[in-house]
Ligand binder design. Structure first.
Ligand code: PLP
Length: 442
């Protein structure tokens, strides 16, 4: 309601709120703009002082159907007047079941037939790790270098993209081991290294890990993002995902696919894993699932989850009725508004324009890579010094006369010109995360 009446709020009210923010907001959150966001509509957001931005962050890949999508907001508002909350151990509620009904047909594999919903991506990651350990009776988890899975303790243990996320918080969940993700920069190889070579080396590292550090009989699961999000917007090659599946099958380990950022149409298919044809044992979803209403989920197989003792999973707000109603409606909009078709067309448009930057001889030396799938697109710029200013080991991606901190400078410039855009946690990458129903002119 406050958003709708934004224009009725006086400037002195806003000034008061700004002062409150300046004095009381947690400084642990880094903000890329100042001022107060008061309204979101489609691809745009507005601030208290009249600033309007084209939002290519989507609240970090959440508002995929645009801000305050009318259909989704209406479904949530109607649910608010019927039942806001019950708690899943007391009774299943209608929106929860409607969500299952709508989501079942879009599953990337028909074996994924058991659903549980939480509130945030991190919570769902925690749940998946706990379920994997419980179901296999094994403790260790293998994750990817460059991965991001969240900021809670289990999720931080399998997050390997930036040390700041878990600095001064150790010990984390024990038993997290990592292998390189097939990405040239991660592996200190030139950008034109063939994908087959990158994949081969990473799978070799996995074999070594299982032979030298964590015996398969102690290893519960491998967790992987099909497209690295915070780690630089890099898609995993099909052969790599197939290799992970093979190793999991060979040793009775579970494959957990984290689609929190890559899922829900972001990469052009409903889930990024679809393109590889690889079957996950568990799939984690969040972000676009509720288009802004907090909801996440772990999807697995009945055959597996039937083995869990009642009470193993849950939480007071897990599968909240309003969020479920919004999420059920999101899938209706996907169908009716032909969202995936728009992603295909807009993706081509965006790639074409970004790639044309490489034709400019003054820019070309500093653009290392333009990559991604669908509307999950990143540009990697050259860096002057490597991943850390003191780094001497990492030599790829370095161009001595590259401007410093190019990605954040580009992002800052975009913001000055009226477009919100983010960088990734590592390397000099600017990421484009527009709404999936973004219009041609936007
Ligand atoms: N997994 C991935 C791939 C993510 O990108 C994120 C968040 O960005 C998470 C998990 C954590 O989700 P949340 O921030 O909702 O806890």
């Amino acid at each position: 309601a406050r958003c709708m009446t934004a224009s009725a709020v006086s400037q002195s009210d806003y000034q008061h709120l700004r002062t409150l923010g300046a004095n009381h907001l947690n400084k642990g959150v880094g903000r890329i703009t100042d001022g107060i966001m008061v309204k979101g509509e489609g691809s745009y957001v507005k601030y208290d002082d009249g600033r309007k931005y084209l939002d290519f962050t989507c609240g970090i890949g959440v508002t995929n159907l645009g801000h305050a999508n009318k259909r989704v907001s209406r479904a949530a508002a109607e649910q608010c007047m019927k039942l806001v909350h019950s708690q899943c151990s007391i009774a299943m509620h209608e929106p929860y079941l409607r969500l299952i009904q709508n989501i079942l047909p879009v599953m990337p594999h028909k074996s994924l037939d058991s659903f549980f919903f939480w509130n945030s991506g991190s919570e769902a990651v925690e749940a998946s790790l706990k379920m994997a350990r419980t179901l296999t009776g094994r403790q260790n988890i293998i994750c990817m270098q460059g991965a991001y899975h969240g900021r809670t303790y289990g999720a931080m243990a399998v997050t390997k993209s930036k040390t700041i996320y878990s600095q001064n918080t150790h010990p984390l969940m024990p038993g997290a081991f990592s292998i390189p993700f097939p990405y040239w920069h991660n592996m200190n190889l030139p950008p034109d290294t063939p994908v087959s070579k990158l994949t081969e080396q990473c799978l070799y590292q996995l074999d070594l890990l299982l032979a030298q550090q964590t015996h398969p009989k102690d290893t519960a699961a491998i967790i992987v993002e099909p497209v690295l999000g915070e780690g630089g917007y890099v898609a995993a090659p099909k052969e790599f995902l197939e290799g992970l599946r093979r190793v999991c099958d060979q040793h009775g380990m579970l494959l957990i696919v984290d689609e929190v950022q890559s899922g829900y149409g972001r990469t052009g298919t409903m889930f990024a894993i679809e393109e590889s044809g690889v079957r996950p044992d568990m799939m984690i979803i969040a972000k676009g699932l509720g288009n802004g209403f907090p909801i996440s989920g772990v999807i697995s197989r009945r055959e597996l989850t039937d083995k869990l003792a009642p009470g193993t999973v849950g939480g007071t707000y897990a599968g909240n009725a309003v969020s479920c109603a919004a999420a059920a409606e999101v899938l209706e909009v996907f169908k009716e508004d032909k969202i995936l078709e728009n992603v295909a067309v807009r993706s081509k448009q965006l790639f074409k324009h970004l790639e044309s930057l490489q034709q400019d001889p003054t820019l070309a030396p500093y653009i290392l890579d333009i990559r991604g799938r669908g509307l999950m697109i990143g540009i990697e710029f050259a860096s002057r010094t490597g991943i850390a200013p003191t780094s001497t080991q990492h030599e790829v991606g370095i161009v001595a006369d590259a401007p410093e901190k190019m990605a954040s400078r580009v992002a800052k410039k975009c913001i000055e010109k009226g477009m919100l855009i983010l960088t990734t946690s590592v390397y000099e990458v600017v990421r484009f995360i527009p709404p999936l129903n973004v219009k041609e002119d936007d």
